[in-house]
Design a protein around this ligand. Structure first.
Ligand code: FPP
Length: 250
């Protein structure tokens, strides 16, 4: 297994979990088998993140566009999500994992919404790590709802338009209070953001692997983290500025 530098781990890892369908089709199985195997990868990556000391893990579990999939697949995914929440609650409590959810939760079937609410409430004081589930989530809609919320504050006279900054927008997104991701992992090879965290990914390092999500386990995860540790994050500055700052820091 690769060696990781404990002092340079990403604070927040976000994942686009892609390739469940292809994984199943390659085996002549129905797509739902792929999602079930994907659920085991979710388990593995949550456990590894906690063990390694990652503080925030965001998982794109269901996009606002995924509602357009065949009803059988949508129902299957909703059932998986509900069962996962119920089966993992004990572990989340034991390992001090806090759960948050972002997305249009009103669109979820009541039983799933209820399971999410219960897990969020039960884990809200856990301090070890935060898992953010993006369900029925779309980045554009998140920005649109933040814009509506800010406009309402302006209409009520709580804010003037001149005082709206990038920070104001961040504070009205679903991810309010969560630092922006340092690393985005996308499985199954596609080079797309697919309407995930459009605002939050502005300076995020991207790691795309051909591995399909059900095959993405700790070994692959450590490779992605090692890739991150080799990157130099410049946030718009030059390499020599960064080198000078490093020298000053030692
Ligand atoms: C993309 O694969 C994956 C999804 C749409 C859903 C992700 C769901 C899981 C990993 C399972 C359960 C989740 C939790 C949080 C328990 P795809 O179907 O788009 O694959 P394809 O591109 O190969 O068709």
């Amino acid at each position: 297994m690769l060696e990781l530098d404990q002092r340079r781990l990403p604070h927040h890892v976000a994942v686009i979990m892609d390739g469940n369908g292809r994984w199943a089709e390659q085996r002549g199985l129905s797509r739902l088998y792929g999602h079930r195997a994907g659920k085991e990868s979710v388990r593995a990556i949550v456990e590894s993140s906690r063990k390694l000391g990652i503080k925030y893990l965001s998982l794109f579990a269901f996009s606002s566009e995924n509602w357009n999939r065949p009803p059988r697949e949508v129902d299957g995914l909703m059932t998986l999500l509900r069962k996962y929440l119920a089966s993992e609650l004990g572990k989340m409590m034991r390992h001090q994992i806090r759960l948050l959810a972002v997305g249009s939760l009103r669109r979820l079937p009541p039983a799933v919404r209820q399971a999410l609410r219960a897990s969020i409430a039960a884990t809200r004081n856990n301090k070890g790590m935060t898992v953010i589930l993006a369900v029925s989530y779309g980045g554009r809609e998140d920005i649109a709802q933040a814009t509506r919320a800010i406009a309402r504050r302006v209409e009520r006279g709580e804010l003037t338009s001149e005082r709206i900054t990038a920070g104001t927008v961040s504070e009205h997104l679903g991810t309010k209070g969560v630092p922006d991701p340092d690393l985005l992992i996308r499985t199954s090879g596609e080079m797309r953001i697919s309407n995930f965290f459009l605002w939050q990914l502005a300076y995020t390092e991207m790691y795309v692997t051909e591995t399909l999500w059900p095959d993405f386990r700790e070994r692959e995860y450590v490779q992605a983290l090692a890739f991150f540790q080799q990157r130099q994050r410049r946030f718009g500055r030059t390499s020599s500025q960064i080198d000078r700052e490093r020298l000053r820091a030692v």
